[in-house]
Design a binder for this molecule. Structure first.
Ligand code: AMP
Length: 588
């Protein structure tokens, strides 16, 4: 066997090493099972060299003997001092590379001397030269240096034929890079690249951190001094809360014993919603999108000229980023290859290509289908109870867990009807319904009561669905087996039938999906949902109605709610049609 050429992502915050074996790229782990190695070098109090986690761990205690983010200094003549000796940035980087090389040797059981190393697309010649030297100092022949976005593109796209333009959106902890990569058969080139060296997930942590500090200062009259241990603990909690908000709509932010006030111990305990968090970071997200447009302009391309969007960097797990990109490009960005490590995997693929290997690929276990639910909302300008809200997107690595918050639509609502679908269509009735249940006995609160829906999908295709009334903890669960199999004809026929029933309803002037007999429970659910949709829409239009219409609308809304409570669905239907008539004339 040829000597393997390892792939190395020498990052500002973390570094990784990968190898291509048995037709696929895989990450190499250290003896403790870690694949993500902090790009930190230190000297301990005995004068011993520390690299990675061990160096990071001593940072708080011995910052003067620990070096972080050396990548920012690559290519400069300045030296850094470590344990009383001055080192060039290349030498410090070489310690990290040497550590990665040793990990590869231990894993592969043989000497490793050749590597592909990635560098940012914006790196100058001097910075590239310094990186090459770092490799040599570490005892590695750098057979090629490739741009990070190129490596990411290879991790996804190696083996595709034809010309493709790929947008690589790379948001790490401290830097943001966006590149347009052109791939044509064997040729991969970066045609445009831009970014901001001081924008990343750390800024998101700071926004949450500031919010917590303001809360403590305002509501608790407790000022936290920067640079102290409570301050550091708050920032760490901000980071973990941020990660949690990527998968769930709320997080409890708790930190015990931050200090004392008037002799009483002070604990932090507050709830943060994803909505509020997204508002906090919106200016940062806007900036990334402005830079995306700049990269497109530089590449002389419009959004339609991009065939794939690839996500790189841990901070791209933030859902609002994926959502905004999807809105701009009209396609779902791809993030299934772990965004923390896809650059290293791509570098290993490049190594394999140089070594003459074929069948290059990164394999990950992903769900081939999207799973979501239906909700009341506007679809193409029309209110519908069948707005599809995807929770787990196609190509998400499994196992995965996602939750989303929904709100009750009227006062004293007693139950919610939860429907789970497999599919992509924005109108849920075109997707395949794979589960349905009612959550009953809600706490008769005002409208807008939050209900959290959570989907847990495991590698065996078992989907656990839980709906929880947030304020009371009341919940209901179901399990759907074989969620990963394409649902058969039967379910498809059902979906088609539902859609056909909707059309009949419209042309025949009766309500969607409601059997004339009126006591079929599926029809009742549909009538309930449809009536709620109309009520919701009417509420939104009350401000625009004439006095006379407004009185009628308010009366009808109340009567519909009463009829719903009494489960008089025929009456609901007739009242709902009267209300819809008023809305129809208002809108024409
Ligand atoms: P990187 O430099 O690519 O390793 O990215 C690190 C950044 O990604 C840090 O700011 C992390 O807090 C952030 N990050 C990691 N996981 C998540 C997540 N699940 N949601 C949001 N940000 C994350």
């Amino acid at each position: 066997m040829n000597e393997p050429i390892i792939g190395i992502d020498l990052g500002t915050t973390n570094s990784e090493v990968a190898v291509f074996e048995d037709g696929r790229a895989r990450l190499i782990r250290d003896a403790a099972g870690r694949a993500i190695i902090p790009s930190v070098v230190g000297i301990d109090d005995q004068g011993r060299l520390l690299v990675g986690e061990a160096a990071l761990n001593q940072y708080v205690a011995r910052p003067e003997a620990t070096i972080r983010s050396i990548k920012r200094k690559m290519g400069r003549a300045e030296k850094v001092s470590l344990g009383g000796t001055d080192y060039s940035p290349q030498e410090i980087s070489a310690f990290i590379l040497r550590h990665l090389k040793d990990m590869a040797r231990a894993d592969l059981g043989r000497e490793v001397t050749k590597a592909v190393i990635t560098v940012p697309a914006y790196f100058s010649d001097a910075q590239r030269q310094a990186t090459r030297e770092a490799g040599e100092i570490a005892g590695l022949e750098v057979v090629r240096m490739i741009n990070e976005p190129t490596a990411a593109a290879l991790a996804y796209e190696a083996g595709h034929s034809g010309q493709r333009h790929i947008l690589v959106f790379d948001l790490g902890g401290g830097t943001f890079d966006v590149s347009v990569v052109r791939m044509e058969d064997e040729i991969v080139e970066v045609v445009a690249s831009t970014g901001n060296n001081h924008l990343g997930g750390d800024d998101f942590d700071n926004r949450i951190g500031q919010y917590i500090l303001d809360h403590l200062a305002g509501e608790r009259q407790f000022d936290v001094v920067p640079g102290t241990s409570p301050h550091a603990r708050i920032l760490r909690r901000a980071e973990s809360s941020k990660r949690s908000l990527s998968d769930h709509p709320f997080v409890r932010v708790e930190e015990e014993f931050l200090g004392t006030r008037d002799g009483i111990p002070l604990h932090l305990d507050l709830e943060l919603s994803r909505n509020d968090y997204e508002a906090m970071i919106s200016s940062h997200v806007d900036e990334t999108l402005d830079l995306v447009h700049k990269a497109l302009d530089d590449a002389h391309l419009g959004t339609g000229g991009i065939q794939e969007i690839l996500l790189v960097g841990g901070a791209t797990r933030t859902p609002v980023i994926r959502k905004r990109l999807e809105e701009v490009f009209g396609m779902v960005p791809r993030g299934e290859v772990d965004p923390d490590v896809c650059v290293a995997l791509g570098a290993a693929i490049q190594g394999a290509i140089i070594g003459g290997a074929t069948g290059t690929a990164v394999l990950v276990d992903v769900t081939p289908y999207t799973f979501g639910t239906s909700a009341l909302g506007e679809l193409d300008g029309v209110w519908t109870p069948f707005l599809y809200v995807p929770l787990i997107r196609r190509n998400t690595p499994i196992p995965t867990s996602k939750s989303e918050v929904f709100f009750t639509v009227y006062d004293n609502q007693k139950e919610v009807d939860v429907r789970i679908f497999q599919g992509e269509h924005s109108d849920a009735s075109y997707n395949i319904e794979i589960g349905q249940f009612m959550v009953e006995g809600l706490s008769k609160a005002k409208e807008g009561g939050p209900i959290v829906l959570r989907l847990d999908l495991d590698v065996n295709g078992v989907l656990h669905v839980t709906a929880t009334e947030k304020n009371t903890g009341l919940n209901k669960k179901i399990t759907i087996n074989n969620a990963l199999t394409r649902k058969g004809e039967n379910a498809l026929d059902l979906a088609k039938g539902r859609v056909a029933a909707m059309f009949e309803g419209i042309s025949g002037g009766s309500s969607p999906g409601v059997a004339e007999g009126g006591d079929d429970s599926g029809g009742d659910h549909t009538e309930t949902a449809t009536a709620r949709a109309v009520v919701e829409k009417a509420r939104g239009l009350l401000g625009e109605a004439t006095d006379e219409d407004r009185d009628d609308m308010v009366n009808l809304i109340e009567s519909i709610q009463e009829a719903l409570d009494r489960k008089e669905f025929r009456e609901v239907k007739s009242l709902r049609e009267q209300l819809a008539d008023i809305l129809f004339y208002m809108e024409t």
